[in-house]
Design a protein around this ligand. Structure first.
Ligand SMILES: [Zn+2]
Length: 478
């Protein structure tokens, strides 16, 4: 029998606000454990939360970007559960009135067309802390720095049908969140992670099968492997005449298998009730309009504009707009050098090939964004030639060196003094009398050899054109 995989996602993304959702503690990643905590986020009795205005703005911006309705009368709810990384023993979330509902996100479907995936809701909530398990000390430690970091949970309808659609959905969503400036979506830092709800059903069937939920997936590679494995596991169960149990499972990427974690819990297991420490949140139409009026340009719109206004090929614009970090580099470079085509060529060539060979993600771009523009300008002004420009870029990429200072310190600028070029080439003529004679006897390849020797002795400090011109003059062949 042919089966179809049905997937819905719950994506958790940490917002890039400076402070936490209900207190003024910093959200900075990677700090010493328990140095970014206060009575509110560590759950001291009597401490009261105050909602961070930026979180609401970010949530509305995200909702508008994926065509959601914005809920005007919001409320927060308490989700009660005990876990050592949750000192309050409850999480403040939104169950009954999520801030955004009924949106859509366009993705590329399995057959290569466009498909609108429905977004059921987006709600605001706080993150929990982290447990660090130390085998050496045979102990577990708690780090509460992450407690209270603002999260958006973005919940899709079960509209995805396999690995390619799921990964494209995540990629498109990540792009929107990054372009909206609401999250850096660094999967390796856990600021973009998802729970995958997956079921299978006979091809053509209208009813959904029983689903399992795979928690906390935080790499696209693991998600792809997990979907394949879980699909196969469920199909095998059904083919044997068994049934799929509704449960939460954990994916072990090293083993390439998933394990049951717990039975699927329902909302009632969490004893949700309206959060009594926060007043209802009312959002005005003016507030929504103001955010709408200041929406940043999203990847799809940017892509079309680059093609239309800058005349760049669709392939290039597709790649550049796939990452906000490449867009930032591209736009800064164009601003400095004024040449969109040249900027795109450098990014598509040198930048991408070095990112790839060093396995660096665009978000970890290792050099100052202005540096590429400075290199292109030096090449445009003939201060350095193309070969030197590539060498300078290699240095900039490796050590974030300032390109102008590097050219100066290493004497890489082309010689502006015509006499200096001439003198160097006189030396080349003297050292290569054999070729000079061959050239005078009509062997044209000998001249190319001399140009090559001239370029070599000038170490890229003169253009091939200039070397050719002066050599012609010296050999009296104009
Ligand atoms: Zn705090």
């Amino acid at each position: 029998m042919q089966y179809e995989t049905v997937i819905g996602l719950e994506v958790h993304t940490e917002l890039s606000t400076k402070s936490k959702i209900f207190c003024a503690c910093s959200t900075r990643f990677g700090q010493t454990p328990n140095t970014q905590v206060c009575p509110v986020c560590s759950g001291m009795p009597g401490a009261l939360p105050v909602l961070n205005r930026a979180v609401v703005e970010y949530a509305i911006r995200t909702g508008l970007a994926v065509n959601c309705n914005i809920t005007r009368n919001n409320q927060f709810d308490r989700k009660n559960y005990f876990y050592p990384d949750l000192p309050k023993a409850y999480q403040i979330s939104q169950l009954y009135f999520p801030i955004c509902t009924d949106g859509t996100l366009a993705i590329t479907s399995e057959d290569g067309g466009t498909k609108e995936v429905r977004i059921r809701e987006i709600h605001m909530e706080e993150d929990a802390g982290k447990l660090i398990h130390d085998d050496w000390e045979d102990a577990s430690f708690t780090d509460f720095n992450r407690c209270g970091v603002p999260l958006l949970e973005i919940v899709s309808q079960p509209d995805l049908r396999g690995v390619a659609e799921t990964l494209d959905f995540l990629e498109k969503l990540k792009g929107i969140l990054q372009f909206c400036g609401v999250s850096d979506c660094k999967m390796q830092e856990g600021s973009f992670r998802c729970d995958v709800n997956l079921s299978v059903r006979p091809m053509g069937s209208e009813t959904y099968g029983t689903r399992t939920e795979l928690k906390n997936m935080n790499s696209t590679r693991a998600i792809a492997r997990m979907i394949e494995a879980e699909t196969a596991r469920q199909i095998a169960l059904l083919e044997e005449g068994g049934h799929v149990t509704q449960e939460t499972r954990r994916w072990d990427d090293d083993a390439g298998e998933s394990y049951p974690m717990r039975g699927k819990e329902d909302a009632q297991d969490y004893k949700y009730f309206p959060e009594p420490d926060l007043p209802p949140l009312v959002i005005s139409q003016e507030q929504i309009d103001a955010i709408q009026a200041n929406m940043p340009e999203l990847p799809e719109a940017k892509k079309l504009r680059y093609t239309r206004e800058l005349g760049l090929p669709a392939y290039d614009t597709g790649i550049i707009t796939s990452s906000v970090y490449l867009v930032r580099l591209f736009e800064t470079t164009v601003e400095i050098c004024g040449d969109a085509k040249e900027s795109a060529n450098w990014i598509m060539g040198e930048v991408l090939s070095r990112l790839k060979s060093t396995q660096t993600l665009p978000e970890n771009m290792p050099f100052a964004p202005e540096s590429l523009g400075k290199i292109i300008v030096m090449a445009q002004k003939n201060i350095i030639n193309r070969g030197t420009a590539k060498k300078v870029f290699a240095q900039v990429f490796a050590e974030d060196t300032d390109p102008e200072a590097y050219v100066k310190q290493n004497n890489l600028a082309m010689l502006t003094d015509a006499n200096a070029v001439r003198e160097a080439l006189i030396g080349v003529v003297e050292a290569n009398q054999k070729s000079v004679n061959e050239f005078k006897n009509g062997k044209t390849q000998a001249f190319q050899f001399l140009v090559g020797q001239g370029m070599k002795s000038l170490r890229g400090q003169a253009s091939a054109q200039e070397v050719t011109r002066v050599l012609r003059e010296l050999l009296g062949s104009d």
